[in-house]
Ligand binder design. Structure first.
Ligand code: PBG
Length: 330
């Protein structure tokens, strides 16, 4: 049985879709270059940028090309840059010592970018050990080979200090250790860095989509991260992580990955009064690039559609490897 309301439809939503100008006028969400943050990798000792095969178009920068990438991002209107260090293989060890060396690659990169763009671009740094450990975990291991939460916190406190000493504006703890935001806040405050902000990776899921990142930072992980990153099956758990991060002093919170977790993002965004970020991660990038390279999807439209979806779900800031390219188009 169908109900008829009259010969002609009384309401015609299509009227507002008739022309590009009309669609532009009624658009509810708009991307802006200042929504975007560029994640960038810098490789110690590299003479040339090294392409990342699983992320066509993304490279491990040299110190020099990183500075250029920062300037390009700034000129395109991008809001910030999130730096990841790739140390020389020989410098990796069980404790991730290179991560707390004041002259470690990430600290050097922070100083380089700061010298180049000053405070014009928000300079952020990944605060995690996996780039620097030989076993590839985000923390240090106990005698049984398990990631030791509290021993890792001590390492994170040291990392926060060296990154802040190097001049970073925002640290991004991504290791999912319990209590990491509180310990980092204390470490920053005790060392005179009370103005350095914390972008907490609040809801971070144990995701298959981090795959290409391993190549990007040259990490070979032994085992998996399921004892510290969240189970994709859980939503409520993210609200608990959120409560803890806010109580410990997070200035901004992040959901990661983005596309498979838009429900988490929407829920976090409606629950908080701090800025909310989403990270469109390596595997999300690779998926679109691979399909586009095969001619299966329209690359540019797909990129815009994913970013618009992330914004619609509630993100104020989006970390994306396409940041500079997209900012130029906007
Ligand atoms: C941890 C970290 C990871 C990413 C950002 N920070 C890897 C992981 O948690 O396994 C992934 C980013 C991406 O995939 O683009 N240092």
């Amino acid at each position: 049985m169908s109900t008829t309301y009259g010969t002609f439809p009384g309401s015609r939503p299509r009227r507002l879709r008739t022309t590009p100008a009309m669609r532009r006028m009624v658009a509810e969400y708009r991307l802006h270059p200042s929504d975007l943050i560029l994640p960038a990798f810098v490789r110690e000792g590299a003479a040339e940028p090294v392409p990342i095969s699983a992320m066509p178009g993304v490279v491990q920068h040299t110190r020099d090309t990183l500075r250029k990438a920062a300037v390009e991002a700034l000129e395109a209107g991008v809001a910030g840059i999130m730096l990841f260090g790739v140390p020389e293989e020989a410098k990796k060890d069980a404790l991730g010592t290179a991560g707390t060396d004041p002259d470690g690659i990430l600290q050097v990169a922070i100083r380089d970018v700061k010298a180049e763009v000053g405070d014009e671009l928000v300079i952020m740094s990944d605060l995690c050990l996996d780039e620097y450990t030989d076993h590839g975990h985000c923390g240090v291991l106990d005698a049984d080979g398990r990631v030791d939460n509290d021993a890792t916190l001590e390492r994170y406190a040291e990392m926060a200090q060296v990154q802040a000493d190097a001049g970073v504006h925002v640290v991004g703890p991504s290791g999912m250790m319990d209590g990491q935001v509180g310990v980092i806040r204390d470490a920053l405050d005790q060392t005179g860095h009370e103005d350095v902000s914390i972008l907490a990776y609040t809801a971070k899921y144990a995701s298959a989509f981090y795959g290409p990142f391993r190549e990007a930072v040259g990490s070979s992980l032994q085992g998996d991260r399921k004892t510290y990153q969240q189970d994709p099956a859980n939503l409520r758990e993210s609200m608990r992580e959120l409560e803890l991060d806010l109580a410990e002093g997070a200035d901004m919170v992040m959901v990661k990955p983005a596309l498979p977790y838009l429900d988490v993002l929407a829920k976090v965004a409606e629950s908080v009064d701090v800025p909310v970020a989403a990270y469109q991660i390596s595997g999300e990038y690779a998926m679109v690039e691979a399909a586009a390279a095969n001619g299966w999807i329209d690359r540019d439209r797909a990129i815009m559609e994913t970013l618009t979806g992330i914004k619609r779900a509630g993100a104020n800031m989006i970390l994306t490897y396409w940041a500079t390219e997209v900012a130029r188009q906007l």
